[in-house]
Design a protein around this ligand. Structure first.
Ligand SMILES: Cc1cc2nc3c(=O)[nH]c(=O)nc-3n(C[C@H](O)[C@H](O)[C@H](O)COP(=O)(O)OP(=O)(O)OC[C@H]3O[C@@H](n4cnc5c(N)ncnc54)[C@H](O)[C@@H]3O)c2cc1C
Length: 421
């Protein structure tokens, strides 16, 4: 039998690495087993390679999951943004704040975060085993035995499952942790992809493919606005991408999650292309613009207001059949419809892209079966959880990494404390 580790961390992602450091600093002998050849591959991809590591405007309302508010609050308060920044500063990382409270390393490099975590794990003699894909965990007589498909065994007194969700499986997290948790008796809330591109059912996608605009993007369910975000919206051949779209995509992906498609209801993405003007101001602007140039063709009169490729699409969406009609002949109701499309362009959504593209996984290990104070399983003593494997997901903006750091700290401290009892 191999040496029995005090704590075996399954998964060397954001949560697994911080958990390993936390427990090792408390004197616990830690081994990390990681299915990829190296730890932290996903971390390098975060924040477009810059790692948006947390957010100054942390609020529990930015997190989702079953009963998440009471559950996640404990970890997020015990290791909050201030403590997170102090933790990374102690490791040598200076940070800077950008829009909407998002924090990045001052180097603009995600590798900074990975480098300091790896350095600290080395310093603390954390044993890291790569290419170890755990697919079975057994718990017998106060001891865990963890097996890879190839038959390698790892033994430990405690196990911390930090295997992430199902997003970006090419970077490591492929849902294997859900199977391990389920095999140990846990219920797993069926996962679905979030922070993900939206598919639309509209005929003009080819025409607009690659066009990027700035807009206030809203997601609507049965006519009511659920989420809003201002920023980039990018038309693609399947629908919409861009930060503002990803930020509101949860409404779409939750409606169309597996098994719920038939009851999705009416889901729409709304684009406000002039968020700093009211609809009345937009109407006034168009009326004045058309009145000032009555001999100009309608489509040409829109040049300077909208990207050229958008003009015929927007006019058709507003119900204009003759795009070359002279401005002087366009009646007021028609101008009203154009203003309405510019301000409230509703596009029917029919789902999202899947795991290869989704930044985060919603769903996961049912929170009711995990003690919020320790993140220890209520079913298997000595089994702890951290990060995205749990049924907690955050909005875009650094909230998901904060959950990974905070939950890792809480679970690792509890596991280490239990060790010394
Ligand atoms: C492209 C992209 C950009 C993102 N950008 C941001 C951002 O800027 N800010 C932010 O807050 N969030 C961001 N996220 C989300 C964030 O990266 C995750 O929420 C966070 O990494 C979750 O941490 P985790 O440790 O729980 O899981 P992961 O980071 O996914 O780590 C899980 C680890 O476990 C390993 N593993 C899985 N199964 C097994 C197994 N059976 N045996 C052994 N090892 C296993 C995996 O290989 C992986 O290394 C981004 C995500 C993506 C995909």
């Amino acid at each position: 039998m191999d040496k029995v580790a005090d704590l075996l961390v399954i998964g060397g992602g954001a949560a697994g690495m911080v958990a390993a450091i936390t427990a090792a600093r408390l004197g616990v002998q830690v081994r990390v087993v990681e299915r990829m050849s190296r730890v932290g591959k996903k971390l390098l991809a975060t924040g477009n390679g810059r790692c948006n590591l947390t957010n100054m405007k942390l609020d529990i309302s930015r997190f989702h999951g079953g009963g998440v508010a009471d559950f996640a609050r404990v970890a997020l308060e015990r290791f909050d943004v201030k403590q997170t920044l102090a933790f990374f500063e102690e490791l040598g990382v200076l940070t800077k704040e950008e829009d909407a409270g998002r924090l990045f390393p001052i180097t603009d490099q995600a590798t900074t975060i990975l480098d300091v975590l790896r350095y600290e794990m080395d310093r603390l003699d954390v044993d890291i085993v790569g290419d170890a894909n755990i697919n079975r965990v057994e718990y017998k007589k106060n001891l865990f035995a963890c097996y890879t498909a190839e038959g390698t065994e790892f033994h430990a007194k405690r196990v911390l499952l930090a295997t992430g969700g199902k997003s970006y499986p090419n970077l490591g997290s492929n849902g294997g942790g859900f199977k391990i948790a389920a095999a140990l008796g846990h219920h797993v809330v069926n996962p679905w992809p979030v922070i993900v591109q939206v598919k639309l059912a509209v005929p003009f996608l080819k025409q607009l493919d690659g066009l990027q605009i700035q807009a206030e993007v809203s997601a609507l369910k049965n006519g009511a606005i659920q989420q809003k975000s201002r920023g980039e919206a990018l038309f693609t051949d399947y629908g919409l991408s861009g930060d503002a779209v990803l930020n509101v995509s949860r409404v779409v992906s939750e409606s169309y999650r597996e098994g719920h498609e038939a009851n999705a209801g009416k889901v729409e993405i709304q684009l406000d292309m002039f968020p700093d003007k009211s609809e009345a101001e937009m109407l006034d602007l168009l009326l004045k613009r058309f009145a000032a140039q009555p001999q100009k063709q309608l489509d040409f009169a829109m040049v300077g207001l909208l990207h050229k490729r958008l003009i015929p699409v927007v006019l058709k969406e507003a119900g204009c059949t003759d795009l070359r009609v002279l401005c002087g002949q366009v009646d007021r109701p028609c101008v009203g419809k154009i203003a309405a499309i510019l301000k409230r362009w509703r596009l029917p959504a029919i789902g999202t892209l899947s795991w290869m593209h989704a930044k985060v996984t919603a769903g996961g290990v049912d929170l009711r079966e995990v003690n919020a104070q320790t993140l220890e399983s209520r079913l298997v003593p000595g089994l702890y959880f951290a990060g995205e494997v749990l049924d907690v997901d955050g909005d875009s903006g650094g909230f998901n990494l904060q959950w990974a750091w905070s939950s890792a700290r809480l679970a690792a401290q509890a596991a280490a404390l239990a060790q010394t009892r």
